[in-house]
Design a protein around this ligand. Structure first.
Ligand code: ATP
Length: 357
């Protein structure tokens, strides 16, 4: 990365004897869209609030554009923020809500009016100046909150679960709009979310957090395909977790030894028990090449309809006691006349079997 725009180093936050964040370090580039993703209580909101100055870190340093802002009050930090709960002033009109920061900065009346109109057009609600928050839907209120956050053209946009109070359809629509707005303005953005699909959809990079620390930082594909830790593998996406023994020819699951071509296999001693992680889409029903050592016979235990594909749970002697989840298309299930109890051949993708000790 070129010089980071936002740099966090050694961030620690203690609440009494409880450590909510422990030695967090992170660099974010100018114009980047970064998501903090993690389970409830992992510290993502605390980290965002520390960047905002709404919470004071117990230790560590925050730099924004090369300036140490660690001890500055929120008003001197140059960011806009949107909260989960809209947080609009109910007694102020849309125009006054959006203008709030501008008026505080003593901008002229004509300038404020023009800027409010510009911002409302930007968030897709032109002409809504005279309305009040109670007359708006949740999605519309969040657009106004976004306009308010952007009013003073901050260099940093902080979003604290801005979509989680909205229903599914509005959420998907608004996240796309936030992403394109962010691209258009080029504003460096940090968003907290516990929804991985949301993080995948909008982020340039995702910071996966757990227990007050960072587990992995990477693009959605890096995190999905190459989870750095067992936690990330379990937390992000659906996964099959198997226990195998390392033998000369590969990984023994049940009665069969499977070839593994993932680099994570190197360095492990033969005879060791290992954890093998494999995504459902990396177990294939076709093609099934003749004589491939990763082909095995399985029996279907359950089929769960998911729309265009089904989650199919299988077992087989080759796998030992393990059960696997695989994705099979509805078309394939019909074509091959597969149902619960049917037997079929499957193949584990050797290059996708990620090994953890
Ligand atoms: P969620 O998705 O549930 O909001 P989060 O990852 O954002 O979770 P935080 O709100 O950052 O989690 O909280 C991190 C931890 O710090 C939690 O265990 C929380 O209980 C604790 N915590 C947060 N604020 C305080 C506080 N003011 N006093 C004591 N403990 C706190």
């Amino acid at each position: 990365m070129s010089t980071p725009y936002l740099r966090l180093s050694g961030i620690r936050k203690d609440y009494g004897s409880f450590t909510a964040l422990n030695d967090v370090a992170l660099d974010i580039a100018q114009g980047e869209f970064v998501c903090f993703l993690g389970p409830s209580g992992c510290g993502k909101t605390t980290l965002l609030r520390i960047i905002a100055g709404l919470e004071v870190q117990s230790a560590g340093r925050i730099e924004l554009g090369g300036r140490d802002i660690s001890r500055l009050p929120p008003a001197e930090r140059d960011y806009g923020i949107v909260f989960q709960s809209y947080a609009l002033f109910p007694n102020l009109s849309v125009a006054d809500n959006v203008a709030y920061g501008l008026v505080n900065r003593r901008a002229g009346k004509a300038q404020v009016t023009a800027r409010v109109a510009e911002l409302l057009a930007l968030v897709g609600l032109p002409g809504s100046q005279a309305r009040f928050p109670a007359q708006l839907s949740g999605g519309q209120q969040q657009r106004i909150a976004l306009a308010r956050a952007l009013a003073c053209a901050p260099s940093l946009l902080l979003l604290d679960e801005p979509l989680s109070a909205l229903d599914a359809i509005v959420r998907v629509k608004l996240r796309g709009e936030i992403r394109s707005l962010q691209r258009k303005l080029g504003v460096t953005t940090v968003m907290v979310t516990h929804d991985q699909e949301e993080a995948f959809a909008v982020a340039d990079r995702i910071v996966v957090m757990n227990h007050g620390g960072i587990e992995q930082v990477g693009t959605a594909i890096q995190i999905y395909r190459e989870p750095a830790t067992l936690f990330v593998a379990d937390f992000v996406g659906r996964i099959n977790a198997l226990t195998a023994t390392l033998e000369a020819g590969g990984l023994r699951l049940g009665t069969q030894v499977f070839r593994c071509e993932h680099e994570s296999l190197s360095g492990h001693a033969a005879g060791r028990e290992l954890r093998v992680y494999l995504r459902p889409e990396d177990v294939l029903a076709r093609p099934i090449p003749d004589g491939d050592s990763n082909v095995f016979e399985a029996q279907i235990d359950a089929i769960e309809f998911m729309g265009p594909y089904c989650l199919v749970r299988v077992h087989g002697e080759s796998l030992g006691s393990a059960k696997l989840t695989v994705y099979l298309s509805l078309n394939y299930l019909a074509e091959a006349q597969l149902q619960v109890g049917s037997r079929l051949k499957l193949r584990l993708m050797a290059e996708r079997m990620r090994v953890f000790s």
